[in-house]
Design a protein around this ligand. Structure first.
Ligand code: SF4
Length: 330
């Protein structure tokens, strides 16, 4: 077994696994033994999605886990998601199969720089997208998701000055939809910034009946072409309920697994990126594997912790978002 320091350097437990083991069975057994719940984000590899108790987007998963009486939450996602689970379930142990599963968007907004940025706009309210660190949430007035960001901003008085971070593309989309002048932090997700407008346009010409579904973390040039803009959950629902047979999907390619499972007769085409790679995989999300998930559940490491003072501050903007969402039915 690795030492704690070794796990911190590598990010995961490295241990030989008996090749004759059926990891699906072993994970199910361990889950029961340890009273654990497994959460998988839509961007995880198909095997992980198939073994999970809940599949979804980050906040929804953390809320689901908080409702359970599990002692352990295994979050197959990235670091900020595991932190959110810890904020909503401080008494539960939260495990992340690979501690190095980070996020380019969360990393694009270091808390010490955001603090200085915030100081330049003392009369502004701070709204942060849930895809950010616990420390950033603790500096915020309201947290939002990609599905309620527009509604949250619209719920505020028109003369309320607002800083929006860390995603500049989601912020620009919200500003456009609400007509508000938001002060944006210049952060972005490496996966959603990679799509090629030219290649998508050519793809749409070859598939005239196909609907383009895009996540609002994409750049405006892509969103302008979209038939539907929404969160991963929204994209999945739209594809299921819409009568079209073909969909071009401009978000991380992991979502295609659930789309195809729920709609076996429909065709889903990943939107082409601006390079020669054929996929839009998030390298951070894909650091998690079934083997790492098994080992972290077996050994109880790596664990994600959040200092209690940060938890107490970070939970408030999340609660404020939930109150506004409940009031407005967002
Ligand atoms: S897809 Fe983008 S926002 Fe999501 S974890 Fe990867 S880098 Fe972060």
């Amino acid at each position: 077994m690795d030492t704690f320091e070794e796990i911190n350097v590598k990010g995961f437990v490295e241990e030989e696994i008996d090749p004759s083991l059926d990891l699906f069975d072993e994970i199910k057994k361990l889950k029961k033994e340890k009273n654990a719940v497994i959460l998988a984000h839509y961007y995880q590899e198909p095997d992980i999605q198939d073994i999970a108790d809940y599949i979804g987007d980050s906040l929804g998963l953390s809320q689901q886990a908080a409702k359970t009486d599990a002692d352990i939450i295994v979050f197959a996602g990235v670091h900020f998601m595991a932190e959110t689970a810890k904020i909503l379930s401080p008494s539960k142990k939260v495990l992340l199969p690979d501690l190095k599963a980070g996020c380019s968007l969360a990393d694009s907004c270091p808390p010490h720089l955001f603090k200085k940025f915030k100081e330049k706009y003392p009369d502004h309210l701070v709204i942060t997208y849930v895809n950010c660190t616990a420390e950033l949430k603790a500096m915020s007035d309201i947290v939002c998701t990609s599905s309620n960001a527009v509604g949250i901003v619209e719920s505020l008085p028109k003369d309320q000055k607002i800083i929006f971070g860390p995603d500049k593309n989601l912020g620009a989309y919200v500003a456009k939809k609400t007509g508000r002048d938001l002060v944006l932090w210049n952060g972005a997700c490496m996966v959603h910034e990679i799509f090629s407008r030219e290649k998508i346009t050519r793809l749409k010409e070859r598939h005239p009946g196909a609907k383009l579904l895009a996540h609002p973390e994409c750049e405006d040039v892509i969103l302008q072409l979209a038939d539907y803009i929404g969160s991963t959950t929204g994209i999945l629902k739209y594809a299921t309920n819409n009568p079209a047979n073909e969909f071009i999907v401009a978000t991380e390619a992991g979502i295609l697994h659930q789309m195809q499972k729920e709609n076996p007769d429909k065709t889903f085409i990943p939107a082409p990126p601006n390079n020669n790679c054929a996929c839009n995989d998030c390298p951070h999300m894909k650091r998690n594997t079934l083997e790492k998930l098994y080992l972290c559940l077996k050994n109880g490491y790596p664990e994600v912790t959040v200092p209690m003072d940060i938890i107490e501050k970070a939970v408030k903007p999340i609660e404020r978002m939930l109150e506004i969402s409940a009031k407005l039915g967002l």
